[in-house]
Design a protein around this ligand. Structure first.
Ligand code: GDD
Ligand code: MG
Length: 351
């Protein structure tokens, strides 16, 4: 059995981080996001190949993921000649498929039991099964109405405020039968959410919901990107090295923490990081490989990708840095500040 990961979007809402790093490989701590999804797909013994459906900066993704060595499953790449949208991408990647296929949006993190979703799909002899999850505000998602038997009655992508009739949304995880893909025109930009799913409802094919009430997040905005790190550090989503440990300050063996530096968990300090004397790494900080934090700098709730440098007496709270950034001495950066790769923030700058 194959799985398709839709990993071709531009990640516009995560700019500037995604200018040089496509969303599927933005790091969560020190692992590319897709690794977490592949870990989850590996729980389904039948899945022997993951097809990565790519469009934006495919080479960067291939460089990082390779052929899946060490990931425990074979990885194949399908690169679209142009952005085909979610539906067009599934048709393009799944053209040769003859058996049920598992599809994941390449930016959702859940602990849904994919084996149970497959079992429901088979039991109901469905043409399509989608995972739904309840959220406070469905506005940014695909709103999905079901009947008491779990059949999908309506699929409305990005509903307006007056169109919100329930709180269950498309979680971005599907099991589909490829004999329905002929509904998707070939080589055309086509949305699975706006066209294919509503067409299944119209034609009254067996289209069922698997309701999942556990952890679910779409990492596609900066707030959600920060949130997913907090959730893992707090044990709301179980992943190493935190895996539910309470307020763990995880420091890689090769990090150098000088005497007089304060480290307050939960936080993550990667290999070859230097934290100078008098600096404080506060809760919910993530300090990437080879970062250098100077004397008395104070960091809290911020995420620094590898190779960044923070000057003496700087105060950084809730900001995100791409790779190779340099914050000068005494800069003050607050919540919501996001800097792309190689940003230079001059001494004494403030947000
Ligand atoms: N290959 C390929 N080609 N992939 C694409 C393309 C494309 O042209 N466009 C988008 N994708 C991928 C993105 O990389 C992402 O992994 C996934 O398809 C969904 O696209 P998003 O842009 O993240 O959509 P969204 O978050 O606004 O909405 C979708 O996800 C919600 C759940 O997070 C929809 O599926 C909603 O219905 C759903 O609720
Ligand atoms: Mg998304």
């Amino acid at each position: 059995m194959k799985a398709i990961l839709l990993a071709g979007g531009k990640g516009t809402r995560l700019r500037p981080l995604t200018v040089h790093t496509p969303k599927p490989i933005v790091p969560i701590f020190n692992r590319p996001f897709l690794y977490y999804q592949i870990d989850q797909l590996r729980q389904v013994p039948e899945i022997d190949e993951v097809i990565l459906s790519l469009n934006y900066q495919p080479r960067r993704i291939e460089e990082i993921i390779g052929e899946g060595e060490g990931l425990g499953v074979r990885v194949r790449y399908v690169v679209e000649p142009m952005p085909l949208g979610t539906g067009g991408a599934i048709r393009y990647a799944g053209d040769q498929l003859t058996e049920s296929v598992v599809v994941f949006n390449g930016d959702v993190l859940t602990q849904v039991d994919v084996n149970a979703v497959l079992a429901l799909h088979r039991e109901r002899k469905a043409k399509a099964t989608i995972v739904l999850t309840p959220v406070d505000n469905p506005r940014a998602y695909g709103l999905v109405e079901t009947d008491v038997s779990g059949n999908i009655k309506r699929f409305l992508e990005k509903p307006g405020d007056s169109e919100i009739t329930c709180n269950t949304i498309n979680a971005g995880i599907y099991v589909l039968e490829p004999d329905t893909f002929d509904r998707i025109p070939a080589n055309t930009n086509w949305s699975i959410e706006r066209s294919y799913f509503p067409s299944l409802v119209e034609r009254a094919v067996t289209f069922v919901a698997y309701i999942y009430r556990g952890y679910w997040i779409d990492i596609g905005t900066r707030q959600k990107y920060l949130q997913v790190h907090r959730d893992i550090m707090d044990g709301r989503y179980l992943a190493p090295p935190f895996s539910g440990a309470s307020a763990l300050a995880w420091v890689a063996p090769g990090a150098r923490i000088e005497d007089g530096a304060r480290i307050e968990g939960p936080c993550f300090i990667d290999e070859d990081v230097t934290i100078k004397s008098g600096a404080r790494i506060g809760p919910y900080s993530v300090i990437g490989r080879h970062c250098h934090i100077e004397e008395r700098a104070d960091i809290e709730g911020a995420i620094l990708w590898p190779n960044s440098r923070v000057g003496a007496d700087a105060k950084i709270s809730g900001a995100i840095f791409g790779r190779h950034c340099h914050a000068g001495r005494s800069v003050t950066l607050g919540d919501g500040a996001v800097f792309g790769d190689k940003s230079v923030i001059t001494d004494y700058s403030t947000t």
